[in-house]
Design a protein around this ligand. Structure first.
Ligand SMILES: Cc1cc2nc3c(=O)[nH]c(=O)nc-3n(C[C@H](O)[C@H](O)[C@H](O)COP(=O)(O)OP(=O)(O)OC[C@H]3O[C@@H](n4cnc5c(N)ncnc54)[C@H](O)[C@@H]3O)c2cc1C
Length: 410
């Protein structure tokens, strides 16, 4: 007999089996996230996956409790938290619902260019409502013919009196159809890297249109859009940073976005593992709980070690960013992203195996974690592209003589 799927819950006892050193402030933020996840996110995770329903209410709650604004300074309506706290919240959300995690982190990604190079006026105007989740944000970089090779984007912004006219299209834009405002990466000249700029575009702008939402394997409750620009006017005040500075800003934003994906991946691995462990403790075969079989114990403990090693790497990189000792952390963020997402895929697949045939059914939800985990290997740069970023950057550090952490933090 299989047990009821409702017995596979997010029992709190399963959350902190392994000790990971966190401060009282970090624990308080994480516990706030847990409370919201338990009340509002976990109960509807299966439904929003099946119905492809955008988690708008959860986004509002995460905003009104200050959890969206963790990376936003208080003077712009944020809650002034740390990268580690943001990762803990994201991991917590993903341990119940990968789609809500994708929606939440994209809201944050949409604000990154503003946070990095926005003017005071722009920050005051756009950040508060976004930090509260009242205004949905997205970041539009990818195009049908420019994915890994972002420097080849074709969407063009032509200078006109008082601003720019955008023509072109974007694809795979998370939150896109639901967005009020998006950070759009456009070409303002033919120079490959120095010809790009970021413009803030309101979804109500005339000339903007949307394709049918893309149907996906996983994170189905998150929205993924195709967006078309036909003579969309954007005033000068909505250019983020200098003209030609876009590529540099996007590379910086991607560094942080990769940390987000790593946190999402850790949460998915942990969520699937907790369900598999609880199942193994209750499911009986050959007259005993399957957890008594050494094969199941070995499998579960190996997976627990993998999830924990991913968390340790993620927290270490997040702490390093918070300490500000490394102004440039592309190797570390690419490493965390590719390592945590590969482990999430491996662990969620292994968890399906622990549940046997029931793991393959929708009822037990472990298959949802496996489907959701796949995208963490793809977005924010495929894992192969992330490993290429690491190799290139390592070579730069070696040639600059800054390959050891001690030499760059001294
Ligand atoms: C669900 C979802 C949500 C997304 N959300 C967003 C979003 O909000 N905003 C946004 O801008 N984008 C978003 N993306 C796009 C995502 O970042 C891209 O899909 C990703 O960067 C890969 O680009 P591509 O799909 O064009 O693949 P390609 O670049 O065409 O890659 C195809 C294959 O070729 C390999 N490859 C490419 N170049 C190299 C190379 N130089 N060396 C070795 N191998 C290479 C890749 O690793 C991959 O295996 C999203 C994608 C998905 C699936």
């Amino acid at each position: 007999m299989a047990m009821s799927s409702s017995a596979i819950s997010r029992a709190s006892a399963l959350r902190d089996l392994v000790y990971l050193d966190l401060s009282p402030d970090d624990i308080a933020i994480r516990d706030l996230a847990r409370e919201i996840v338990d009340k509002e996110i976990a109960p509807i995770a299966r439904r929003i996956d099946e119905d492809e329903e955008f988690p708008r209410t959860a986004l509002h709650t995460l905003g009104s409790t200050g959890l969206i604004g963790l990376l936003v300074p208080e003077q712009y309506g944020g809650s002034g938290g740390t990268m580690l706290q943001y990762c803990l919240v994201l991991e917590e959300i993903a341990s119940a619902c990968g789609a809500t995690a994708a929606t939440y982190m994209t809201q944050v990604h949409g604000m990154l260019p503003l946070l990095q190079v926005g003017s005071e006026t722009q920050k005051e105007r756009w950040l508060p409502a976004s930090a509260l989740g009242d205004r949905v944000m997205s970041i539009a970089l990818t195009e049908p013919s420019a994915g890994s090779d972002l420097a080849s984007i074709r969407t063009r912004a032509k200078r006109v009196d008082g601003g720019y006219l955008i023509n072109g299209s974007k694809i795979f834009i998370t939150n896109g159809n639901e967005s009020d405002i998006m950070s759009v990466f456009v070409r303002t000249s033919d120079e490959r890297h120095k010809g790009m700029t970021i413009l803030l575009v309101e979804s109500s702008a005339p000339g903007l249109s949307f394709g049918k939402p893309l149907e996906k394997m996983g994170i189905r409750g998150s929205d993924t859009a195709e967006i078309f620009f036909s003579n969309v006017f954007v005033p000068d005040e909505q250019r983020i940073g200098q003209e030609g500075e876009g590529f540099k800003v996007v590379m910086g934003a991607l560094g942080d976005a990769r940390i987000s994906t790593a946190a999402q991946a850790c949460g998915l691995g942990r969520g699937a593992w907790a369900r598999a462990y609880e199942y193994a403790l209750r499911r009986e075969q050959f007259g005993q709980r399957i957890f008594e079989f050494q094969a199941i114990q070995l499998r579960l403990m190996t997976m627990l070690s993998k999830v924990t090693s991913a968390q340790v790497l993620l927290y270490q990189v997040a702490r390093m960013i918070d300490q500000g000792t490394r102004p440039e952390y592309s190797i570390e963020s690419a490493m965390a992203k590719s390592y945590c997402s590969d482990l999430a895929m491996e662990v969620t697949t292994g968890c399906v195996d622990v549940l046997g045939g029931y793991g393959y059914t929708r009822e037990y939800e472990v298959e949802r974690f496996m489907r959701d985990a796949k995208v963490t290997q793809i977005y924010d740069g495929t894992n192969d592209v992330n490993r290429l970023v690491m190799a290139r950057q390592l070579e730069r550090r070696r040639l600059a003589g800054t390959e050891t952490p001690s030499s760059s933090t001294a």
